[in-house]
Design a protein around this ligand. Structure first.
Ligand code: C5P
Length: 230
C-alpha cells in the first residue's frame, strides 16, 4: 500500500481526537493533533510573557516556537522548549484563550506550514514505517491537506457534544456541568468558525454524524470510509 493521508475535521466534542487516534492506531499510521499545536502556541506565548492581544508579538513568538510533536497514536506527546506540555495544554485556562491565538492569521500561516511538513514527512515514507498519517483539526480537509486521500467531517449535534464534554470534564451531565461546558464548546466553536469552516462539509468531504453513535460504531464507519478510499 502507498502511504495514506487521512484528514478529519470537526467541532469540539464531535469525538474527532478519540476517533482519529483509534484509526491511526488500528491502521499503523502516525497521528497529528493540530489543535494541540494551537494550544502549544498559546502556552508558549504565556510562558514567554507575550501579550495575547498583541498580534505581531504573538506571531513572532510562534514563528520561534521550539515545538516537537510526537505522532505515535498510542502515546502522542507535545514537547516545547524541552518541556512535556501534553497535559498542561488541556487546562481550562488554555482552552479559554486558545481561539484568540488561533484567529491570528500569521499564526495560522506558520502552523499550517509546520503541519504540512509533518504530513509530507509521513507521506514520503521518510519516517515511521511510511504508512501514512491521520491529521485532525478544524481546517485539515480544506486548507492544510485538501489533497488528502480521505477527507472526513465528523459532526455531532449540540446536545451530544455538550454531554460528551461535560462527562469528560466533570464526570457527569447535570445542569451545572452542562452550563460550565457551554463556553468551552459553543462559544469556542463560534469564535473558531470565524476563520475556518468546519461546521459544514466542503466539496468531496464525507460527513460522519456521531450524535447517536457509540465510539465503536463511529470508528467502524470511519474505517469503512478509509478502506473505500484506498
Ligand atoms: O481540537 P482542540 O479543541 O484541541 O483545538 C484547540 C483550538 O485550536 C481550537 O479551539 C481552535 O481555536 C484551534 N484549532 C484551529 N485549527 C485547527 C485545529 C485547532 O484553529 N486545525
Amino acid at each position: 500500500d502507498r502511504p495514506v493521508v487521512v484528514a478529519i475535521d470537526g467541532p469540539s466534542g464531535s469525538g474527532k481526537s478519540t476517533i482519529a487516534r483509534r484509526v491511526a492506531a488500528k491502521l499503523g499510521l502516525a497521528y497529528l493533533d493540530t489543535g494541540a499545536m494551537y494550544r502549544a502556541a498559546t502556552w508558549w506565548c504565556e510562558h514567554r510573557g507575550v501579550d495575547l492581544d498583541d498580534d505581531d508579538a504573538v506571531a513572532d513568538a510562534v514563528r520561534a516556537m521550539p515545538l516537537i510533536m510526537v505522532t505515535d497514536p498510542l502515546f502522542p506527546q507535545v514537547v516545547c522548549d524541552d518541556q512535556d506540555i501534553t497535559e498542561t495544554i488541556r487546562s481550562a485556562a488554555i482552552t479559554a484563550v486558545v481561539s484568540a491565538v488561533a484567529t491570528n492569521l500569521e499564526v495560522r500561516g506558520e502552523l499550517k506550514q509546520r503541519q504540512r511538513a509533518e504530513i509530507d514527512a509521513e507521506r514520503t515514507g521518510g519516517r515511521s514505517d511510511g504508512r501514512g498519517i491521520v491529521a485532525e483539526g478544524r481546517d485539515i480537509t480544506t486548507v492544510v491537506a485538501p489533497d488528502a486521500d480521505v477527507r472526513i467531517l465528523l459532526t455531532a449535534d449540540e446536545d451530544a457534544r455538550l454531554a460528551r464534554r461535560a462527562r469528560e470534564r466533570h464526570g457527569s451531565v447535570d445542569a451545572a456541568h452542562l452550563a460550565a461546558t457551554r463556553d468551552e464548546v459553543l462559544r469556542r466553536d463560534r469564535d473558531d468558525s470565524t476563520v475556518s469552516a468546519f461546521l459544514t462539509a466542503a466539496d468531496g468531504v464525507t460527513t460522519v454524524d456521531s450524535s447517536r453513535l457509540e465510539v465503536e460504531e463511529t470508528l467502524d464507519l470511519v474505517l469503512g470510509v478509509v478502506e473505500d478510499a484506498r
